[in-house]
Design a protein around this ligand. Sequence first.
Ligand code: TRP
Length: 357
Amino acid sequence: MANLSLREHTSGQLDRLCRAAGASDIRRTAGVLLGELLGAAGESNLLGPAEWSSSISDDKTPIEFSVAYDVTGERAVRLLGEAVCASTAREFLDNMASRLNLYTGKLDAVQDLFLPERPSGDFVLWYSMIFRSGSPPVFKVYLNPHARGAENSSDLVAEALGRLGMRNVHKAVVDHALTRGDKDTFSFFALDLNRTPKSRVKLYVSHESAETDDVERAAALVPGINPMQIREFCAVLGGGKGPFVHRPLISSYSFVEGDTATPSNYSLYLPVRDYVPDDEVARARLVAVMAQYNMDTAELDRSLRAVTARPLRDGVGLIPHVSLRLGAVGSGITVYLSSEAFSVTPPRQRPVLGLVS
Ligand code: TRP
């Protein structure tokens, strides 16, 4: 690893990603916000071990990038992060809220549910910042439905939805996405921190050992989705119809103003790094998916080069997830990109072509 600080390493990556996505105008703002989010952790040297633990990425970097490619041609560069050095869960948010005019009304209404004195689960509060050329940054928070134990996660989500005036949503989601007992669980509860008709409440469900049929059923809650697109995405990117027995497939539903039972959007997240030997194979599969929808794969390559200079086949996990977004508030593909600030996961053996001996 390089003799750089975490802030130097990640801000260089973010700066190049913004340029690759044609969003040079927001580079400065993005860099400042990244620095604020990292806080004191930004000064840690990458030659030493990480002094905290974050589940955001495999090597404990508390930051993960993503690039959202929309079918309209719109782009967003996004940053998922955890304020690992903050002294309270909301410290970073409270600093940002007044500066950036964030709306925290929905979060204020539910946060006591998700922030008990001794939370369980592998995170408490994550942030996402979304950068688009020509617009101010948009913030999102992720809360943990497991904060009061996995066994209480569905009740916790039901209570939170009730407080937001969305009581009916819970049953609709349970009926479509939580049909396999303990194998389907609510994994994130996310809120946009702005106040527009398109501001979202997002519910995420993890599907342990799921097959394509299971996520097709989950997707069917959103009217008009073509199940073939879900099936092909799993086949091309994940290499088959499952069961996906390593990290789980994840569904998310986006509810915007007026969505009282039926969500406007469905997204499927596939943890591609568990289903490929190395990142060269991950890229090849992703290129096949993007090409099928007429998306510019040269831009994907610029984004990959923005975060790493290493040969893609020398590791696995630069592309941890890919998601397929379908629905009325925007369809597209989102590519998650690891910072790999502290370490690179070694590649696995590629299979040998030929007969099974
Ligand atoms: N690292 C965790 C995981 O892989 C959480 C996470 C980070 C995640 N970014 C994500 C989950 C994007 C789904 C999609 O599960």
